[in-house]
Each structure stands twice: as C-alpha cells, then as structure tokens.
Unconditional design. Structure first.
Length: 135
C-alpha cells in the first residue's frame, strides 16, 4: 500500500511539474519532414525536380532564396557535382546544408515562422528533401 501511495504521489508531482514547465498554448513550434528516395527511380525523379527548380532559379550548384525577415541560411559544399537549395518563405527561419562528398542533392524548403532545419550529406550520391513549417 505504501508503494502505491508513493507512486501516486510521484506521478502527481511529475504531472504538476510537467504542467508548470510546458509552454503556453500560444507559443510557437515547428515540424520538419525529410524525404529520401528508396530506389533509383525515385532518386532520378527527386534529382530532376531539384534540377528543374535550380534551372528556374538560375543556379548551378547551390541556391539560397529568402522571402521574409530574420532568416538565416548557410550552404557549404566540398567535392564536386553537389546541388543544394534552401528556400525560406516567412520569418525567423534558420537552415544549414552541409554537403561533403560528390554528387549529393538536397533541397530545404521552410514556410511559416521560426523553423530550424540542419542537414548534413557526408559521402557520395545522397539525395533528399526537407520541408519545415513553423508557427
């Protein structure tokens, strides 16, 4: 019985503590989803999409586009044949894309307010896309 009472008291204390530490309902947050192709056909499709986007933006190996205030973005590339894109629509976003190796391709697209995305591609032939949304 004493064990049950202690467990109840501990769970009550944790519940109270979690409630006092939790941010208010109106506080901001963000979510990011990274998609990586699973087979050669998906790799080709994603690389084609990123390539067309780069062509439209007039980019060769990398491109950063920011529409809003307080956005921060960085793109580092070591190796050859890498393609990196960062697009920030909204305010207070932060993104880094680090590509070390050859023939990597990745696009980071952020919308809303205050999302934070950091991607490292270390090696050869990696492909992916990350979409972040903040509120």
């Amino acid at each position: 019985m004493k064990l049950i009472a202690r467990l109840f008291a501990a769970s009550l204390a944790l519940t109270f503590l979690a409630g006092t530490l939790a941010p208010p309902a109106e506080a901001g947050g963000s979510v990011a989803i990274t998609v990586k192709p699973k087979n050669k056909k998906e790799v080709r499709a994603m690389r084609m999409g990123l390539g067309v986007f780069a062509l439209v933006k007039g980019a060769q190996n990398g491109h950063i586009s920011q529409n809003g205030v307080g956005n921060i973005a960085g793109l580092a590339q070591g190796g050859s044949g890498n393609l990196g894109m960062i697009v920030q629509e909204g305010d207070d976003h932060s993104a880094t894309l680090n590509q070390q190796g050859n023939n990597n391709a990745h696009g980071i697209f952020q919308f809303g307010k205050g999302s934070d995305v950091n991607v490292d591609q270390v090696g050869d032939g990696e492909t992916g896309m990350t979409v972040g949304f903040g509120w």
